[in-house]
Every structure is written in structure tokens, then in C-alpha cells.
Design a protein around this ligand. Structure first.
Ligand code: ADP
Ligand code: MG
Ligand code: MG
Length: 208
């Protein structure tokens, strides 16, 4: 995977977030403040523009540029969290021109660690971590099993999707939804849905 792959990934995330913007906002209206779709559409739109003007030379710089842009353009909890995830992942890639699956897994693991360090959420708290952690774990297992890239990314995307679906019966313990206490039960966490989109985009680009 080279810098073009990573740019295509971000382009696909932006496309999916845009297509699902209203749904993300609707989910966030139920247990938050109804801005998740707009927040992310603005952030990934700005990230695409930043990539166009900076034309980063490596996969790592692509992700660092995206992370920096998300931090500066997305308000709310998800901006700093996604921004940190992409920045940390980019830094973990170093200045390599090509990244293999094991390298991608390591980078995403670093991104997840950044999210958990910053936000303090663990699996089961009804946040993006509930999609992010199982996706990284599935990718790690696929690397160990020596799976082909398409299969590995499919497994990660599926794990994210399942982790997100599993947030419905949970009671939120982090973020705005936690203010609702019991009333957060029965709703899917918006950030877990957007994280599932991030991994769906990765799978789509990897399957091309
Ligand atoms: P805000 O809630 O500040 O308006 P967004 O609506 O953009 O921000 O994002 C909300 C999402 O952020 C939640 O659905 C949840 O997945 C995620 N989130 C909130 N707080 C945390 C946290 N401490 N750790 C991980 N994810 C979090
Ligand atoms: Mg919100
Ligand atoms: Mg907000």
C-alpha cells in the first residue's frame, strides 16, 4: 500500500461519511447533540483539501495531515479523537513509501491506543472504541493467519460493523451520551457507526 492507496482510503471515507451524514446526525440526535454527521463531513472534506494542497510524499504523512486537519476543523469529542487516531497511525508508519498489512495493523493499533489514552474509554463504554478495538484485533488475527489483503480488510470491516451493532443495548459511560444514563440504552452509538465506515472504506479500497 502506497501513498495513493492511503489517499484513496481517505477519499472513500469522505464519500461514505457524506452519504451517511444524515444517519450519523440522526443517531447523535437520539443520544447526543445531533452534530456527528456534520462534524465528520466538514472534517473529512477539509482533510481532502489539505491532501490536495500539501500532496504528502508518504503514507505516514498522508495520515498525519488528515489527523492534524481533523483536530483543527472538527469540534466536539470526535475531532480530537479521530485526529489523534490518524496522527498516531501516521507517525507509526514513519517515512516508509510502502506499507504491508502488518505495518497497517501496527499503525491502527497505535491509533486506537491514542484514542483510548485521550478519551479513557474501554470496550463496552458505548463509544467508537467498540468498533475500533475489534477491527484492530481482527486485522491482527488476519496478519498472523497470513490472510490475503482483501480477506484481512473484510474481516476488520466486519468486526467493526458487529462491534458497532453491539453498542445498541449498552449504557454509555463516556461522552455526551453518558449524561443520559439508562436512557442511552437501545440506541446505536454514532461514533461506532462512523468508525465502521472508516473500516468499510479501507476494505473497499483494498478490494479494488
Ligand atoms: P460531541 O459528542 O462532542 O458532539 P461528536 O458528536 O462528533 O462529538 O462525536 C460523538 C462520538 O464520539 C460518540 O458517539 C462516541 O463514539 C465518541 N466519543 C465520545 N467520547 C468518547 C471517549 N471519551 N472515548 C471514545 N469515544 C468517544
Ligand atoms: Mg455530537
Ligand atoms: Mg457536539
Amino acid at each position: 500500500m502506497d501513498k495513493t492507496f492511503f489517499r484513496e482510503w481517505i477519499t472513500e471515507i469522505a464519500r461514505l461519511v457524506d452519504a451517511r451524514r444524515e444517519e450519523l446526525t440522526r443517531l447523535d440526535t437520539a443520544i447526543g447533540d445531533g452534530d456527528h454527521g456534520t462534524n465528520l463531513a466538514r472534517g473529512f472534506g477539509a482533510a481532502l483539501e489539505a491532501l490536495r494542497s500539501a500532496d504528502p510524499p508518504t503514507p505516514g504523512e498522508v495520515l498525519v495531515t488528515v489527523g492534524r486537519t481533523l483536530i483543527s476543523t472538527v469540534g466536539g469529542a470526535s475531532g480530537p479523537l479521530y485526529g489523534t487516531a490518524f496522527r498516531r497511525a501516521g507517525k507509526a508508519l514513519g517515512d516508509a513509501l510502502e506499507v504491508d498489512l502488518a505495518g497497517l495493523h501496527e499503525a491502527l493499533r497505535a491509533g486506537l491506543a491514542g484514542v483510548q489514552q485521550l478519551g479513557g474509554a474501554v470496550e463496552g463504554d458505548k463509544t467508537m472504541v467498540d468498533a475500533f478495538a475489534p477491527a484492530v484485533a481482527a486485522l491482527g488475527e488476519a496478519v498472523v493467519a497470513g490472510k490475503a489483503m482483501g480477506d484481512a480488510l473484510a474481516a476488520a470491516a466486519q468486526a467493526a460493523e458487529q462491534g458497532s451493532a453491539a453498542t445498541v443495548p449498552l449504557r454509555a459511560r463516556k461522552g455526551r451520551a453518558s449524561y443520559l444514563g439508562e436512557r442511552s440504552i437501545g440506541h446505536q452509538d454514532p461514533g461506532s457507526v462512523s468508525t465502521a465506515l472508516v473500516f468499510a472504506a479501507l476494505h473497499r479500497v483494498g478490494a479494488r
